[in-house]
Ligand binder design. Sequence first.
Ligand SMILES: *[C@@H]1O[C@H](CO)[C@@H](O)[C@H](O)[C@H]1NC(C)=O
Ligand SMILES: *[C@@H]1O[C@H](CO)[C@@H](O)[C@H](O)[C@H]1NC(C)=O
Ligand SMILES: *[C@@H]1O[C@H](CO)[C@@H](O)[C@H](O)[C@H]1NC(C)=O
Ligand SMILES: *[C@@H]1O[C@H](CO)[C@@H](O)[C@H](O)[C@H]1NC(C)=O
Length: 287
Amino acid sequence: MSSSPTSHYSGMSSVTVWFIMFLLGPVQAQLGTTPNIKHIVVGRCYNYITLYPNMRLDCEDIWRQFEESVVRQSSFNETVDYHQMFSAINQTWPSDGFLFWSKTRRLVESYTSIGRDFWTLADTLVGYLFTGLVWCGREDKSGFNFKSCPTWAEIKHHPVYSLWRQASLNFAEMARGNITVLLNGSIRNAFNRESMFGSFELDALDPCRAESVNIKVVTDLDGPFIESCNQGSVVDLIQILRSRGFHWTCTDNDESLMILQCIQNPKQSSCQKCANSFSLRRSLKMN
Ligand SMILES: *[C@@H]1O[C@H](CO)[C@@H](O)[C@H](O)[C@H]1NC(C)=O
Ligand SMILES: *[C@@H]1O[C@H](CO)[C@@H](O)[C@H](O)[C@H]1NC(C)=O
Ligand SMILES: *[C@@H]1O[C@H](CO)[C@@H](O)[C@H](O)[C@H]1NC(C)=O
Ligand SMILES: *[C@@H]1O[C@H](CO)[C@@H](O)[C@H](O)[C@H]1NC(C)=O
């Protein structure tokens, strides 16, 4: 199931690549469409209904719309237009807890899995259905190509990329309440204008829907400590939020995130300090 993905991704901006690799999950060994993709997608769709029983979904119809879009535009010279599939999905959205992130993948995975009420793209139906899958159409428009698909670097309008781009735009447009943005303070350009977040999610956020945009800058516990709320590109992000009329906050070294990092990697020297100075149960708010 897994092989080194690096060779397929050279050529795109690394932040975008990280984002997509997170959504892809374990990259498939074969280069064509994921085998049994229909059964996987339809199965996940029914599973999603059991998770969110209030959503009324026609799983077969969603699949049909998806298949038609991919097969229709299989020459890769234009973006696949998934809007029919998106309109077949009546996604219900939470009123709070939207989480955006950049270059903090591992942390996001555990942050959202400890029972906190965060909502990422991977929790939406489209995120849930297509995470880890690869697809492309056959050039003769007769169906999916299970033998080979182009790599990200080879073509401008990859059908997988087009879907995630549309999905994350929709996600950002719907974001409301308190919005969390998790950025990596151990790298330069923690806020990168070329990342998914910086290049279109941010622009799609609506200051009238958002109660507050809460930035959390997280560094690796043992450093390097490169950016923070008042240093580096994070300052630019705050400037943009301010000019667009968002309420915002910015936190360096969020306590519960630091504890989470220690849980992931207890041997780090700064985790000895963590153990002494933090009350684990209080900060994680677990019951
Ligand atoms: C893409 O290719 C299809 C068929 O090969 C053609 O009909 C269409 O006009 C092309 N679109 C562009 C923008 O080149
Ligand atoms: C979408 O779902 C909501 C409830 O979840 C329902 O009230 C509404 O009518 C649905 N809209 C469509 C277009 O199906
Ligand atoms: C920050 O980015 C670096 C380099 O990509 C990575 O090794 C590190 O795990 C990231 N830190 C966090 C807190 O996500
Ligand atoms: C946003 O956070 C503030 C402060 O924690 C809280 O009072 C408010 O109810 C939150 N908003 C929503 C929509 O949950």
